[in-house]
Design a protein around this ligand. Sequence first.
Ligand code: GLU
Length: 307
Amino acid sequence: MSTFLAPAGRYAPSPSGDLHFGNLRTAVLAWLFARQTGRHFYLRVEDIDSERSSAESAQRQIADLEALGLDFDPPVLYQHERGTAYAQALDQLDTYECYCTRRDIREAASAPHAQPGMYPGTCRDLTEKQRALRRSELAAQGRLPAIRLRAHATEWTVQDYYRGEFTGPVDDVILKRGGRTDQAQAGDWAYNLAVVVDDGYQGVDQVVRGDDLLASAPAQAYLADQLGLVQPIYIHVPLVVGPEGRRLAKRDGAVTLRELLAEQTAGEVVADIAGSLGYAGVSSVAELLERFDPSLLSHDPWMWTHH
Ligand code: GLU
């Protein structure tokens, strides 16, 4: 039984570094949307990538979100503890083993008629005999096959609060990475599977996140459908960009909350986030919650300028 209560929204950062102004703005928006619509609000630590994630980073991110005044309903969900649930979901899906290296995919994808960014289908229709051969070739290199979804749709339509109906391609996405036989654990679970399984488990029917993830929504909603989970409403929000127009990042200077707090109070950072959302003179997230009107949010990226 899930301890999570629907309907819910969530914020789901990857703990691979401190949250910056852009992450915080998205977190505030996710909180505003959930709380304004009477939803539960959960924090999920997306730490399936064991090499890039750390428990320390997760703790710092949680402390930063709390410093801004955001509150989450307990408990915090950690993806590194969810392997059994991902394995069960994998069993319910139509899947196949994929033996391709990145290079194989790059080469096949550059062939004429290949669809850019899509898996070219190299391993989809292999015979059992071909699979046995490819598997033993991989094993000789100390590698394990990846697991892909065998998609039975080529596109899927999602509902996005700002975009309306959004239709995009559904690919044979990776569900589990290959990994190496010499590692204690087989490959990591893939983001697309984990996000869908956990949104379902946590009763999340409202997904607020940066609009760089819009393109992945159709494949995720298709996966949810295949697992018998609800189709969430998506709310993809504009990103904060640095001076060069690219997604805000460390190279853009002192952008993390920890850095900002060297010169500002948490209330001033909240005021700046509110300002970026079009609200002047706001000093707490509670006040912003009262004033926020989602229909007025600008659809343009917010340009970060250091002050
Ligand atoms: N963990 C992802 C990230 O930090 C977000 C996933 C999502 O919101 O669906 O970019």
